[in-house]
Ligand binder design. Structure first.
Ligand code: ADP
Length: 243
C-alpha cells in the first residue's frame, strides 16, 4: 500500500444468512481511497452502501476479502486492537446523529477525548475549537433537544473530528434533515474537502455528489460506476490519481 492510501479493500465481501436465504450485501469490492479524497457512494436502498461503510470502518467483519485502514489490515485484527484503531483514526457520522441527550453540545464533542485520557482543560479547548469550526460556538452549552436537526448533525461532525481522524465515514448524514439543514451539512463537507480531510459519504442524496471528488454508484453489492469529478483538480485536493 502507498503512503497516501487511507483505505484499501480487496475482494471485500459480506454475506448475510445461509443457504437459500443468502444475500451478498457486498460482493468482491476492490477500492482505494487516497488521502484527501471526498468519496460519495450512491445507489438504491439495499444495494450494500451501509454494509460497505461498516466494513471499511471496522464496525462489521467481512466474510471474504481484506480491508486496510492506513497501514493496518483490519479484517484479521483482534476486537480490542480494532476498537483502539477506530478510536484513534476514524470519525463516524450517522443519519440519526447518535448524540447523548443529557450532555450539552460541547460535552458531546469532548467526551471521546476525555474517555481517551485527555485532560479536561485540553479536551474542552479542542471541543470549543471544533464547535467554532462547524459554526456552533454560540450553541456550546445547549442540549441536543434545543438544537435544530442541522445543528445536531454539525455537532456530530465536530465530534467525529475530535480525534483528528485519518478518515471520516458518514452514513446517510443528511437522511433525517430538511433541505436547509442539508445545505448546512453540505457546506461543512465542502469545507472539510478543501481542508484535505479524507471523507467517505454513503448517501441517496445526489447533492452530496456536488461536494465529492469521486462518485461510486453501487448496484447489488458491487460497483456499477466509479467517476472522478473535475472538482478535485480545480481545488488542489491531494488526490494523486492512483487507483
Ligand atoms: P444500503 O445501505 O444500500 O441500503 P445495506 O448495506 O443496508 O444497503 O443492505 C444491503 C443488503 O444486505 C440488503 O439486501 C439488506 O437487506 C441486507 N442486510 C443488511 N444488513 C443485514 C443483516 N444484518 N442481516 C441480513 N441481511 C442484511
Amino acid at each position: 500500500m502507498t503512503g497516501s492510501t487511507v483505505l484499501r479493500a480487496c475482494g471485500l465481501t459480506r454475506q448475510y444468512g445461509r443457504d437459500s436465504g443468502l444475500v451478498r450485501a457486498v460482493d468482491e469490492v476492490d477500492l482505494d481511497v487516497p488521502a484527501g479524497q471526498t468519496l460519495a457512494i450512491m445507489g438504491p436502498s439495499g444495494c450494500g452502501k451501509s454494509t460497505l461503510l461498516h466494513l471499511l470502518g471496522g464496525l462489521q467483519r467481512p466474510t471474504g476479502g481484506q480491508v486496510w485502514l492506513a497501514e493496518h489490515q483490519i479484517d484479521t485484527m483482534s476486537e480490542r486492537a480494532l476498537a483502539r484503531l477506530r478510536r484513534d483514526h476514524v470519525g463516524f457520522v450517522f443519519q440519526s446523529f447518535h448524540l447523548m441527550d443529557e450532555l450539552t453540545a460541547v460535552e458531546n464533542v469532548e467526551l471521546a477525548a476525555l474517555l481517551a485520557g485527555q485532560s479536561p482543560g485540553r479536551a474542552r479547548k479542542q471541543a470549543m475549537y471544533l464547535l467554532d469550526r462547524v459554526g456552533l460556538a454560540d450553541r456550546a452549552a445547549h442540549l441536543p433537544s434545543a438544537l435544530s436537526g442541522g445543528q445536531r448533525q454539525r455537532v456530530a461532525i465536530a465530534r467525529a473530528l475530535s480525534n483528528e481522524p485519518l478518515v471520516v465515514l458518514a452514513d446517510e448524514p443528511t437522511g433525517n434533515l430538511d433541505s436547509a439543514a442539508t445545505l448546512e451539512v453540505l457546506r461543512l463537507f465542502e469545507e472539510l474537502r478543501v481542508a484535505g480531510q479524507t471523507l467517505v459519504v454513503v448517501t441517496h442524496d445526489a447533492r452530496i455528489a456536488a461536494v465529492a471528488d469521486r462518485v461510486i454508484a453501487m448496484r447489488d453489492g458491487a460497483f456499477a460506476d466509479d467517476t472522478q469529478l473535475a472538482s478535485a483538480a480545480t481545488t488542489g485536493t491531494v488526490y494523486n490519481g492512483r487507483r
